[in-house]
Design a binder for this molecule. Structure first.
Ligand code: MG
Length: 213
């Protein structure tokens, strides 16, 4: 039996252990079916979610263009020079993800989707029972990813959002604004929070546009 916690611990990423435990607990309450993670990086949270997906009989799709967010680029705080592909000169996290999934033996549970979220949003139509938003944290992209995928979450399905900081002193505001939007339009109700992880549940009400749209 693969020790998934050990694999996750050895994987590069930005998910503290206590938030990972909260993420697993949230996923364990999600109905089986199709789960989507937006923002894969090297697969740390993918391993946490994939293990729960296997237990629940769910399938997990993890979506990332694998070239890193702004804060991962050279000169930024979260840049890791060891992840630069010498062929492209660009950050490239897909090989690390493949190694992570191999070590975790999760290839039968996890489908890797390599694309920008806007590309996938154009054709995605599958209902989701779990959505984890942890992708690009710019306001425009965070809002885009919510608007693109939250409407596919079925009633009773779970939405988890990472890096939520209501106080600007603690971090960027875009994920918090997504949570505010999800609660404001009544499409989701708050379930729990732990650290910067927020967990919400889909109601019967529709996902609407941003305030003012
Ligand atoms: Mg994150």
């Amino acid at each position: 039996m693969t020790d998934l916690l050990a694999v996750a611990a050895a994987t590069k990423g930005f998910l503290p252990d206590d938030e990972a435990a909260a993420l697993r607990a949230a996923a364990a309450t999600a109905p089986p079916g199709l789960w989507l993670e937006v923002g894969t990086y090297c697969g740390k949270s993918t391993v946490h979610l994939g293990g729960v997906a296997r237990e629940r009989g769910a399938q997990l799709v993890t979506l990332d263009h694998h070239r890193g967010s702004e804060e991962n680029q050279p000169g930024w705080e979260w840049h890791d020079a060891s992840l630069v592909d010498p062929h492209t000169g660009r950050l490239e996290t897909l090989p690390s993800l493949r190694h992570t999934l191999f070590d975790a033996s999760l290839d039968d549970v996890v489908t890797v989707l390599v694309a920008r979220t806007a590309q996938v949003a154009a054709w995605w139509s599958s209902p989701l029972t779990f959505l984890f938003l942890d992708g690009n944290h710019t306001e425009a992209m965070a809002q885009h990813d919510y608007a693109a995928f939250a409407p596919h979450v079925v009633e009773g399905g779970i939405l988890a959002v990472h890096d939520v900081f209501p106080d600007p002193a603690d971090g960027g505001q875009a994920p918090w604004h997504v949570v505010e939007r999800a609660l404001a339009d009544g499409a989701f109700e708050a379930v729990s929070q732990h650290g910067s992880l927020r967990v919400l549940r889909r109601t019967a009400r529709p996902v609407t546009g941003r305030p003012g749209e």
